[in-house]
Ligand binder design. Structure first.
Ligand code: FES
Length: 211
């Protein structure tokens, strides 16, 4: 009889309560406190709290990061994990410093998105879903980036690269290789900042200066 094939997706083991290792920085804690005032209850701040965690944990949500959000929001690990795994913008495994997200939806596909993907795979020496050995680039495909008029399109952090050609890719990769910023972390930070008012940002800066 043929063996049944069972695929079990790897699920990181949640830490036990006594193993909880809180890693949010002072800034992160203050941001979270400010965010709580925007909502009727802590649970409603889950999405920005996960952005904070993604930034604080270096670009992806580990089991510890999810457990910390659950602890700070007073929710169960399973509940926070359910939200974190539903949305694709939260990374569940380590990713490169730059996420190259190529749109392969209809318009981009017709305009050569798969040729662009192949070019990137050859140039970086990785396959879709992989990260370069130097930890710089992760290559993924995404659904419509809502920029169909400029297809084919790729998102890198908060930058949209439009009307892609191999030449444009060469130029971009070169720029990113010498760049200082960490676009995955910066994107998470930008998302958090969007939720905070000017006044809240000033108050947080002021409080941190006093420490
Ligand atoms: S199909 Fe690629 S941006 Fe819309």
């Amino acid at each position: 009889m043929q063996e049944p094939v069972i695929r079990i997706t790897e699920r990181p083991k949640p830490p036990r309560p006594e193993e909880l290792n809180l890693r949010f920085s002072e800034r992160a804690v203050k941001e979270l406190e400010a965010l709580f005032t925007h909502y009727p209850d802590k649970k409603s701040a889950m999405l920005p709290a996960l952005w904070i965690a993604q930034r604080e944990y270096g670009g992806h949500l580990t089991a510890d990061a999810i457990a910390e959000v659950a602890y700070r929001l007073g929710r169960s690990y399973a509940e926070v994990e359910g939200v974190a795994t539903f949305y694709t913008m939260y990374n569940k495994s380590p990713v490169g410093k730059y996420m190259l997200e190529v749109c392969t939806n209809l318009t981009c596909m017709i305009c050569g998105a798969y040729r662009i993907l192949e070019y990137l795979e050859q140039k970086l020496g990785i396959k879709l879903g992989e990260t370069t050995p130097d930890g710089l680039f992760t290559l993924t495909e995404v659904e419509c980036l809502n920029n169909c008029g400029d297809a084919p399109v790729m998102q890198v952090g908060d930058i949209y690269c439009r009307r892609l050609t191999p030449e444009k890719i060469d130029e971009l990769i070169e720029q990113l290789r010498t760049g200082e910023e960490h676009s995955v972390v910066q994107l998470a930070d930008a998302e958090v900042q969007i939720h905070l008012s000017e006044r809240e940002r000033e108050t947080i800066e002021e409080a941190l200066r006093r420490v």
